[in-house]
Design a protein around this ligand. Structure first.
Ligand SMILES: [Fe+2]
Ligand SMILES: [Fe+2]
Ligand SMILES: [Fe+2]
Length: 422
């Protein structure tokens, strides 16, 4: 078996599961997040039930990944709440969107259909699709319900008999073989005790899987993640894409080549992944943030760092992405780095971020005109941002605007494809 630790991972290969784990974890974090830790717990339950049902190899891997990403179609915290309350429209929207997002990515194509049906009761489901899809979808549904039922319980073992009693009779919702598998695993204390340590469990399980992605494919997955980041707020719906395009262009201007250009672009796609932990009422606020809200918002670049640093071979991208709010004069965040600490890549991503932000509409103002944007960049040059890179953008502000328009058109095309409306 290939050793999966960071040191021994074959160069240029990234384990799919480390990307999945990182995304599931950050999607299910943050203050006021109604579904904290939900997907990784569901993933653990899916894997145990799958194993009990005789799943092996790729099937077991798929059900574990599907559990980790099953709610990928829930974009906002308020939608998470609606799904928890079983709002019909939110249920149908997140399953359809999850399916649409995943189906075109070869690595996730197998799990798209089970995710589409993960809230459909067995009685209906078995008539609608193949057995293979139906049983996987129904395992996710079952695991989801167990997680929701137990998520707030203290001293879980005390409640087990009651939970078993409830689920053994849910014959319309779940396949008889899933209920049987559950009854077998649920009588062992260790099943519930391990659920409390779901992160460790899922981490260990993921280490035994073998899907390695060449880093040339990473850009496609980063692009997928960036959609989830951007659509959380209607005001940032193209932001990461804009930053990716501008960072790539600046990289070309400053002599970056091939792979490192891709890395700049990927840093753009992922720089705000930490925003997934920020509640949307803060992201969308049409006025200045209160000190309390600002304290929540300011955490996002460090969340980006925590999320990306778990993925092998992403050291440079992690740095470039997570340092996008640092400033040359040491007044940035989260680490108050200064010019001597900031590499050219980090400086480029920071300028790309500011340029995109000032040219796009925000909740509290319209996108700036080229003249206003030039002025802002000029004022920041040498203190906030790198003077030379700033100058490149100032002299080519119309081109920067063109790239953002391009990002907008490309993104609208994807929105149309996945059926996402605002
Ligand atoms: Fe769901
Ligand atoms: Fe769920
Ligand atoms: Fe940011």
């Amino acid at each position: 078996m290939v050793c999966r630790c960071k040191l021994h991972m074959p160069y240029g290969m990234i384990p799919l599961e480390s990307l999945v784990f990182a995304l599931a974890e950050v999607m299910d974090s943050g203050p006021n997040n109604p579904l904290v830790a939900h997907q990784l717990k569901v993933s653990y339950i899916c894997r145990i039930l799958g194993r009990e049902l005789g799943f092996k190899g790729k099937d077991l891997e798929d059900i574990t990944i599907a559990g980790s990403l099953h709610d990928i179609g829930i974009i906002t915290f308020s939608d998470k709440l609606k799904v928890l309350k079983e709002d019909e429209e939110a249920l149908s929207r997140h399953t359809t969107l999850g399916y649409q997002i995943l189906k075109n990515f070869s690595y996730f194509a197998n799990i798209a259909k089970p995710i589409l049906y993960h809230h459909t009761p067995w009685k209906i489901l078995q008539r609608e699709t193949s057995y293979d899809t139906a049983i996987k979808a129904n395992i996710i549904y079952f695991a989801d319900k167990i997680e929701v039922r137990t998520r707030k319980l203290q001293n879980i073992l005390f409640h087990v008999p009651e939970i078993i009693g409830e689920f053994r009779n849910k014959k319309e919702a779940f396949a008889p073989e899933i209920i049987d598998a559950f009854l077998k695993v649920a009588e062992k204390d260790i099943f519930w005790e391990r659920l409390e340590y779901f992160k460790k469990e899922t981490e260990i399980a993921f280490q035994s899987y073998t899907t390695l992605i060449p880093d040339t494919e990473l850009k496609h997955i980063a692009r997928l993640f960036s959609i989830l980041i951007d659509v959380k707020s209607p005001f940032t719906r193209i932001h990461s894409k804009g930053v990716a395009y501008i960072a790539r262009w600046l990289g070309e201007e400053y002599g970056f080549k091939d792979k490192t250009l891709d890395h700049l672009e990927i840093s753009g796609y992922l720089h705000d992944i930490g925003k997934l932990v920020v509640p949307e009422h803060i992201l969308n606020k049409p006025a200045r943030l209160t000190p309390e809200e600002w304290a929540v918002m300011r955490v996002h670049p460090f969340s980006t760092f925590r999320t990306l640093e778990q993925i092998p071979h992403l050291t440079t991208i992690t740095k470039w992405a997570a340092q996008h709010h640092e400033r040359l004069d040491g007044k940035g965040y989260p680490a108050r780095l200064t010019g001597k600490d900031l590499s050219l890549g980090s400086r480029i991503v920071a300028v790309a971020d500011i340029t995109t932000a000032i040219l796009e509409d925000r909740p509290y103002r319209k996108g700036m005109t080229p003249e206003q944007a030039r002025q802002v960049l000029q004022d920041l040059s040498g203190t906030g941002i790198d003077e030379t890179i700033g100058k490149t953008v100032i002299e080519n502000i119309d081109y920067a605007k063109h790239l953002i328009q391009q990002a907008q058109e490309d993104r609208e095309h994807i929105f149309e494809e996945i059926g996402l409306t605002f």
